[in-house]
Design a protein around this ligand. Structure first.
Ligand code: FAD
Length: 429
């Protein structure tokens, strides 16, 4: 029986494991194994909501082992470190810290991306990155600890003359903007749990961007409108501000004074993990992504597919498909079809990225553009945009859990949103 291993149960990998399990694993046509360093999946575009307490990772997660049982794939928890292409084996450090080798006939690498500090001194030491669920939980704990100690200072001095809580986010892309937009609401929710002096006026949030505007993936008009929305919430948007180093007191721009910060967050770009750069003689891009052919097989080994953020898939436009959940989802679908085609000795399909638009969620509203059939662009704003943004997540859930279960999750989530932040923010004094 063919052995198919998928490494990384994220936006692309878990959809692929589920589809292949249902198609091949169920009838013992192939043995499907998913490897992930974590025990559960949480959709990465929701990480800023986990970090700000809006979403409880205990509610919206999917355990790989249980998903595997229901969809006929095996799950091994461990960290992938290398490939032995000659013997068709991958090397994994398992959760007991032991090195194991697993044999494959077809391998799919779907390990996503990490933050890119572009070698900026001090960033690794002083900044929080929003790379995975553990980082999001760490950021949430850091924010709550800061809010709690600030609250004690206010109570002690019976005044709110103390300095504000300064939070600086480098990177005016979707992650930085969505995270910034949630912070004023987070402190209000924290204040509503019995600390009524805590309010958004006490926050000093800056989004720092090197280029002349935030959100380069969106039209300038939409980005400007989102800038205004952020500014109305008291968030500073500092454009044309190139950060050259980070120190414990804040960010140092190329020109001008230090931007002082109590909490420093870096969301300025992504790269594939460094160890992919030279892995097993495969061809990689400048940002460590593995180069793939239109079929999503690596340029140097047809037995290895790469999907999602860690794949460099050149498009007819002369640019690679973007590192988004949208692209990871589309790649998972083509990779699924191509693996079935390999087993049936059929010719393989080419991956062509279809851009359906970009929507930025801004707490209780959203704004962006949608593209009909990947072409005609249409601006969307407000409730409609927020619904479309939410639907993207529900589509992902439906492809993992089935439509009815996804609807049940959506209904449960709707009611839980009202109580989640309360449980996260109480009993912290
Ligand atoms: C805050 C935020 C908001 C975003 N918003 C959007 C949005 O609105 N729309 C959109 O399209 N995209 C959005 N994105 C981007 C999107 O999340 C990613 O492009 C997408 O998740 C990539 O999917 P993937 O399958 O390649 O990797 P991931 O979803 O990152 O999954 C990678 C998986 O691999 C596992 N893994 C990593 N290394 C190893 C290893 N060595 N061994 C074993 N397992 C490993 C990880 O645990 C993880 O489960 C957002 C990202 C962030 C951070």
């Amino acid at each position: 029986m063919k052995k198919i291993i998928i490494i990384g149960g994220g936006a692309g990998g878990l959809e692929l494991a589920t589809d292949l399990g249902d198609k091949l694993g169920k009838n013992n046509q192939a043995e499907i194994t998913l490897i992930d360093k974590n025990s559960y999946h949480l959709w990465k575009p929701l990480l800023h909501e986990v970090a700000t307490g809006l979403l409880d990772e205990q509610v919206d997660n999917i355990y790989y082992a249980s998903q595997g049982l229901q969809h006929y794939f095996q799950f091994t928890q461990g960290t992938f470190t290398n490939i032995d292409r000659e013997n068709k084996q991958i090397i994994v450090t398992d959760h007991k810290d032991q090195t194991i080798s697993l044999a494959y006939d077809i391998l799919v690498i779907a390990i996503g991306s990490t933050s890119n500090d572009f070698g900026t001194p001090g960033v690794k030491e002083h900044c929080i990155f929003l790379d995975d669920q553990n980082a999001a939980i760490h950021l949430r704990e850091t924010l709550i600890t800061k809010f709690t100690s600030f609250c004690s200072i206010i109570d002690e001095h019976e005044s709110i003359d103390a300095d504000k809580i300064r939070i600086a986010i480098v990177g005016g892309g979707a992650t930085g903007v969505e995270l910034a937009s949630e912070l004023p609401h987070m402190i209000e929710a924290f204040g509503a749990c019995g600390r009524n002096k805590m309010c958004s006026d006490l926050l000093d949030v800056s989004v720092i961007e090197a280029t002349d505007r935030i959100l380069p993936a969106l039209p300038a008009k939409t980005a400007s409108s989102i800038t205004q929305t952020l500014q109305k919430c008291g968030i500073h948007v500092l454009t044309k501000t190139m950060i050259t180093k980070a120190e414990s007191d804040g960010f140092y721009p190329k020109e001008g004074d230090v931007i002082k910060a109590d909490i420093m967050i870096w969301t300025a770009g992504v790269k594939a993990p460094d160890y992919l750069k030279e892995i097993a003689g495969l061809e990689s891009s400048r940002s460590n992504q593995l180069m793939v052919k239109p079929t999503l097989q690596t340029t140097r080994d047809d037995n290895i597919f790469v999907i999602g953020d860690c794949a460099y898939a050149m498009q007819d436009s002369g640019r690679a498909s973007p590192p988004t959940a949208q692209a990871a989802h589309q790649m998972a679908k083509i990779c699924y079809e191509n693996i079935i085609r390999i087993l049936n000795n059929q010719s393989l399909k080419s991956f062509k990225y279809i851009d359906s638009g970009t929507i930025i969620s801004l707490h209780d509203t959203a704004q962006g553009v949608i593209k009909l059939l990947g072409k005609n662009e249409m601006g969307v704003k407000g409730f409609l945009a927020l619904m479309i943004h939410r639907i993207l997540y529900r589509i992902h859930q439906a492809s993992l859990l089935g439509l009815f279960k996804a609807i049940r999750f959506a209904i449960a989530s709707k009611f839980m949103y009202k109580t989640k932040s309360t449980s996260i923010f109480t009993n912290r004094d």
